[in-house]
Design a binder for this molecule. Structure first.
Ligand SMILES: [Zn+2]
Length: 318
């Protein structure tokens, strides 16, 4: 295997942003495979779902929102704790930042380490990183399992449908228009990052999303999905990647192979089918390392630090 630039450090080309309306109250801010932001415009206020990586980047989301409404941006919901999703929060000056209690616990436990890790991996995705205020993004409202928010007459459900991308994954669901914001539980034409994942749980969580029968779905990365067929395609692609990767790693681990051998075999196995998805080369070492951990001795993901990222990369890619 030839030597690769660490993580996404060689990925420096800006993406084209799309801002599209999916249903009466739901909008998607997407950027060709870069992290998406969801927007819910209620009767009296706006909710932003996942913030972008920095306040300067979030300012572009605000500019788009202001093209369609002047209602106050009252809520920011965090689908999970990853820095690239949460560090833009201050730009919105929301009244409330909402997250699951599990996400809050992950911020306490590993938020600082993750911030340093992600900034090191994605230089382009932390444009104007100096605009991020010191410290972390702290939720002001937490919930366990589910909560309902009424934005005027609009019912907005925040649901934990199971673990997958992280243990705190939250989806936002508009039952009246069957529109769902999945965070990184679902990706489309983009590689699922699974460094903090629960591989054994993830497929069932996707089944639980499918059971809601969404008519539109905003994935964590990739184009917004419209109609039952596209939603099913997004769910199936994510499920196939996660399942095939874990099966390959588990088989290797059970045969007594070391991590590096398992990585090489799994990379070669998945590359033909998924190699064209964005961030494939970035994600694979992290995903396989976590899958190997889960298949062997670690029920919960170990904390990634900037140093652990680089050590792992050198071990697997040299
Ligand atoms: Zn994530």
């Amino acid at each position: 295997m030839s030597s690769k630039a660490f993580a996404s450090q060689a990925d420096l080309e800006d993406k084209q942003v799309s801002f599209t309306q999916l249903s009466e109250h739901a909008w998607a801010y997407t950027a060709e495979g870069d992290p998406n932001t969801g927007i819910v415009i209620g009767d009296d206020a706006v909710m932003v779902i996942d913030t972008q990586a920095t306040p300067v980047m979030a300012a572009d989301v605000i500019r788009r929102i202001r093209e369609v409404t002047d209602k106050p941006i009252k809520y920011v919901t965090l689908s999970h704790y990853h820095a690239v999703r949460v560090l833009g929060a201050s730009a919105y000056q929301p009244q409330h930042i909402i997250a699951s209690q599990d996400t809050y616990d992950l911020i306490v436990e590993r938020g600082e380490a993750d911030k340093a890790s992600e900034i090191g991996r994605f230089p382009r995705l932390f444009r104007n990183v100096e605009s991020v205020p010191p410290g972390l993004t702290w939720p002001t409202i937490t919930f366990k399992g589910k909560m309902t928010l009424w934005m005027g007459k609009l019912e907005v459900k925040l649901l934990q449908l199971g673990r997958g991308h992280t243990k705190g994954d939250t989806v936002v669901w508009l039952p009246g228009e069957r529109t769902l914001f999945s965070g990184d539980l679902v990706e489309f034409d983009a590689t699922p990052y699974a460094g903090d994942a629960y591989f054994q749980d993830w497929p069932q969580t996707l089944d639980n999303i499918a059971a809601l029968k969404p008519l539109a779905l905003v994935p964590g990365r990739g184009a917004a999905l419209k109609g039952e067929a596209q939603v099913a395609q997004g769910l199936a692609g994510t499920r196939a990647f996660v399942s095939e990767l874990f099966a390959s790693v588990k088989a290797g681990a059970q045969a007594g192979q070391d991590l590096k051998s398992v990585y090489r075999a799994t990379y070669e196995r998945l590359k033909p089918k998924y190699g064209q998805w964005v961030i494939f080369d970035h994600c694979m070492p992290f995903d396989v390392t976590r899958a190997y951990d889960e298949a062997t001795q670690y029920a919960d993901p170990r904390v990634w630090t900037a140093q652990r990222d680089i050590d792992m990369w050198k071990a697997l890619e040299s």
